[in-house]
Write a protein that binds this ligand. Sequence first.
Ligand code: GTP
Ligand code: MG
Ligand code: ZN
Length: 294
Amino acid sequence: MKGTIIRLQGGFYDVMTEEKQEIRCRARGNFRNRNISPVVGDDVDIQDQGDGTGYILAVDERSNHLVRPPIANIDQAFLLFSVKEPAFSFHLLDRFLVLIESKQVHPIIVLTKMDLLTESELETIQAAAALYRSIGYEVIETSTETGSGIEQIRGSFKEKTSVFAGQTGVGKSSLLNAVAPELELATGKISKSLGRGKHTTRHVTLITLADGLVADTPGFSSLEFPEELEVEEMRWCFPEFVERHDDCKFRGCAHLNEPGCAVKAAVEAGEIASTRYENYVTFMAELNDRQRRY
Ligand SMILES: Nc1nc2c(ncn2[C@@H]2O[C@H](COP(=O)(O)OP(=O)(O)OP(=O)(O)O)[C@@H](O)[C@H]2O)c(=O)[nH]1
Ligand SMILES: [Mg+2]
Ligand SMILES: [Zn+2]
């Protein structure tokens, strides 16, 4: 019998079968020995014991696999950033985009808690949104208080497997509750002293919603680049750089110190945002540094 892992809990894998039945499975010993750790989103073959339990016999090849949050076979990632509490950060946004771009997953940027902005802060945030839209990213502005953006989110789930990802406390579970109040997902309070959340969601869970599947995930407090991300890959994770790469004088241009660099020229001309370029330089230094240490 075929199914998809929708939850990992207490050593069990909850599998949703093609007939929409939930079966609590254990992994078969022989397959554990082969060093495959099934994750949420994995398509699996199971043996149904007929009493609501079963065994995972095999894991299908994955189309993709994120380590953080741990999930496989996703079509798109909603990257949530609160505009306040926790504060908005270009650095974190660019870092997260690189992570997702490097896995060839389609990102959608979601700005949350728009209701918390004063008028002048709103201008700053809308300029940031416009910047990312100009690069080609979809940006959805949301608030669970005013209901803005909720319909757009709901409309994006159809026939796709999506993941909600972002720092703890940005409002992932709250936004899913706004799309479907019957979910009643637990949501947390933002600690006033730390200005961030406290890991309210503990497990990755795939939920059937609006004709699609969407995963609520635990938030992270820091974001490391995956070990397998190579220095040479970074330049392909910035779409507006990729667009200009052919115009650089050198074929293997890293857009750092090379003469005749079209990316640097575009930064100087104000066609590429300096925040984007500065983050690129910082990320390159970080990866180079890491490579030197190994
Ligand atoms: N003002 C305002 N507060 C919001 C909004 N969305 C979420 N919050 C608040 O933000 C806090 C954290 O929300 P959660 O939904 O628990 O955040 P989360 O991203 O799921 O956090 P983790 O599960 O820890 O990763 C809660 O107190 C929510 O009420 C919003 O649009 N506006
Ligand atoms: Mg949550
Ligand atoms: Zn260049």
